[in-house]
Design a binder for this molecule. Structure first.
Ligand SMILES: NC(=O)c1ccc[n+]([C@@H]2O[C@H](COP(=O)([O-])OP(=O)(O)OC[C@H]3O[C@@H](n4cnc5c(N)ncnc54)[C@H](OP(=O)(O)O)[C@@H]3O)[C@@H](O)[C@H]2O)c1
Length: 385
């Protein structure tokens, strides 16, 4: 029986984790659930999984949650200490890190420091602090297992392979809802348009990141840390059908690809049950009726966020943290219509070019870079810079 702490349990990934657990009750149990503020859904999840601990963002939400569960034995905690506690409980075997954005960093570090295996969906953690996070995992002798479908695909392709024969990685991208939209039309794209992803159903932030191709840029940085491959050996190809989830290229020219229908259940289940595979009985792609799979170069003219992510990754230091925080703020501003769609990339570019890089790179430097970038974007949205 694997005992889980699910951070971000009320999100798109978190609810899929809950589905996997409910389907395989002899394999998984939930010891802790954590979310920000969707107390109604969290209360239902507590009813289903009876965790020992549940955590929300603040005291007011904790009180609302408690009021929904008058007879529950689940202890309700709140705030950063509560998240850190859920991530490091002695009776947890695996922490599923599925909060969205920079909020995932500190709980993920707490989990690794407490020697927990981490199933990582929260790519922002590795973008912000890849060196620190992977070093914390190494020092504590624990693994970070990818949940992201592209990284899960590569992880699956690398099973049983000689790692020294790995030459390159190729991440596939659907191209998002604006793949064939003219550059001029992007200026008028609304949040509603950008949230209509052609192939995947996901939370709002990652859906906007998919529309700008920032998601693929964040994934390049995530792959750099997960698989210890230089960013210049990580390529991106647009593959609108989302059947091939990514590829590993070996030094003899062999290319291994992992395929499947676009459904996060498969990579989530693989991370939870690795090295076993669960009998999910998923549909498989009907290749004959599809006829062909297509591939194209990403267009970084129309979608500069991908280029900016490579730039930040090559600069290293706290630049990826600035990229991530500026993007998070800019996406929020786009969603509440204070920035245009192209304004997201412009705000990120501005933050990267104005950032006064710090000399050191401890956790506090990364958090300071994150705060600096958020303030910079806020000033830009207000027309001050
Ligand atoms: N969705 C996918 O298919 C997918 C695929 C690959 C990778 N990922 C990655 O997985 C992560 C989660 O994505 P998602 O699509 O599941 O996001 P989502 O649907 O927006 O869910 C986010 C979860 O995080 C919680 N949360 C948000 N802000 C928080 C904060 N400040 N403190 C604590 N908890 C907070 C939310 O709680 P409340 O809802 O209660 O507020 C919710 O449980 C992201 O890093 C994303 O890039 C997602």
């Amino acid at each position: 029986m694997k005992r889980l702490a699910v951070l971000g349990s009320t999100g798109s990934i978190g609810t899929s984790v809950s589905r996997v657990v409910a389907r395989f009750p002899d394999r998984f149990a939930v010891t802790a659930l954590a979310a920000r503020g969707n107390v109604e859904l969290l209360a239902r999840q507590i009813g289903l999984h009876a965790p020992r601990i549940a955590v929300v963002a603040d005291e007011a939400r904790a009180k609302r949650l408690a009021a929904l569960l008058p007879d529950s034995k689940t202890e309700i905690l709140h705030g950063p200490e509560g998240y850190a506690q859920a991530a490091s409980l002695p009776d947890v075997d695996m922490v599923v890190s599925a909060m969205v954005g920079a909020a995932g960093l500190l709980p993920t570090l707490a989990a690794l420091s407490a020697k927990k295996t981490v199933a990582l969906a929260n790519k922002e953690t590795l973008v912000m602090a890849g060196a620190l996070v992977t070093e914390t995992a190494r020092k504590n002798g624990v693994s970070i297992l990818p949940v992201d479908s592209e990284h899960s695909a590569i992880f699956q392709c690398l099973q049983g392979q000689d790692r020294s024969a790995l030459a390159r990685l190729v991440l596939t991208a659907s191209g998002g809802p604006f793949r064939i939209l003219e550059k001029e039309a992007l200026a008028n794209a609304t949040p509603g348009d950008a949230l209509r992803h052609p192939n995947w159903t996901m939370g709002k932030k990652i859906t906007i990141d998919s529309a700008t191709l920032m998601n693929k840029g964040l994934e390049v940085i995530e792959a750099r840390w997960l698989f210890d491959v230089p960013v210049d050996n990580i390529g991106v190809v647009v593959h609108p059908e989302s059947v091939i989830h990514s590829m590993a290229v070996f030094h003899d020219g062999a290319v291994l690809a992992q395929m499947g229908v676009p459904d996060m259940l498969v990579p989530i289940a693989f991370a939870l049950s690795w090295p076993d595979r669960l009998p999910l009985a998923q549909l498989v792609p009907d290749l004959a009726s599809m006829g062909k799979l297509t591939f194209e170069e990403p267009d970084t003219e129309r979608f500069p966020c991908l280029k900016l992510a490579y730039q930040a990754a090559r600069e290293g230091g706290a630049y990826p943290a600035v990229l991530n925080a500026a993007n998070e703020e800019a996406v929020g501003a786009f969603l509440d219509r204070s920035l245009s769609f192209p304004g997201i990339a412009e705000a990120v570019e501005d933050a990267l070019s104005a950032f006064p890089a710090p000399g050191k790179l401890e956790l506090e430097d990364i958090l300071a870079a994150d705060a600096w970038a958020r303030a910079r974007v806020a000033r830009r949205v207000d027309g001050e810079v």
